[in-house]
Design a protein. Structure first.
Lengths: 114, 112
């Protein structure tokens, strides 16, 4: 899986919309962009993923650049519960070999101020 | 909703002792994984399985064994626990054809 680059930390205030950037300049055509988050003392939690098109679900909006070399996870109206480490990961889809493992880097520590 | 449970949630073990960590999933998923996470670091894959009665080595299998007696259960075994195996261990499951992994709450293992 290719490498991603994220800021070490970001800070936001409750109710704001947060934009978490991720750079993946060497992404391959068959690699999906996944986002997971992890709260201290808990297991990682899936947030969203996409390949080329922007995606949205109940947790977040994922904006993917047209050249796919970067993406942004957008969290609307953040609450204290959104404070976590957010990991941007590139994954080759199932059926293309490999063991389907997740490789987490340091991620972005999102702090939310009341 | 997906459910992965782990037991025990925490354990203190002695060096050289045997430790068994258990994972149970009710998602009817084919894939199960064991990761370890050290303080301030990301996840590292130890073992995984895509079918009952079969396990595969991950990136750091040395010192660990795995057992998948049924689709729902996946165990991680430390035959001779060592200080370096102090970590938080996470189990996860995923469905064939789906890349999303669902994680358990973790087991905090302290080897003294």
């Amino acid at each position: 899986d290719a490498k991603t680059t994220q800021p070490d930390s970001m800070e936001s205030t409750e109710g704001e919309t947060v934009h978490l950037p991720c750079s993946h300049a060497t992404i391959s055509g068959n690699e999906y962009i996944y986002w997971y988050r992890q709260v201290p003392l808990q297991g990682p939690e899936y947030v969203t993923h996409g390949l080329q098109q922007n995606t949205t679900n109940s947790m977040a909006f994922l904006a993917i650049a047209s050249d796919r070399k970067s993406s942004t996870l957008i969290l609307p109206h953040v609450s204290l519960r959104d404070a976590a480490v957010y990991h941007c990961i590139l994954r080759v889809g199932l059926g293309t070999g490999g063991n389907n493992k997740l490789t987490f880097g340091q991620g972005t520590v999102l702090s939310v101020i009341p | 909703e997906a459910a992965v449970t782990q037991s025990p949630r925490s354990k203190v073990a002695v060096t050289g002792g045997k430790v068994t960590l258990s994972c149970h999933q009710t998602n009817n998923h084919d894939y199960m994984y064991w990761y370890r996470q050290d303080t301030g670091h990301g996840l590292r894959l130890i073992h995984y399985s895509y079918v009952a009665d079969s396990t595969e080595k991950g990136d750091i299998p040395d010192g660990y064994k795995a057992s998948r007696p049924s689709q729902e259960n996946f165990s991680l075994i430390l035959e001779l626990a060592s200080l370096s195996q102090t970590a938080v261990y996470f189990c996860a499951s995923s469905d064939w054809g789906e890349d999303t992994q669902y994680f358990g709450p973790g087991t905090r293992l302290l080897v003294l």
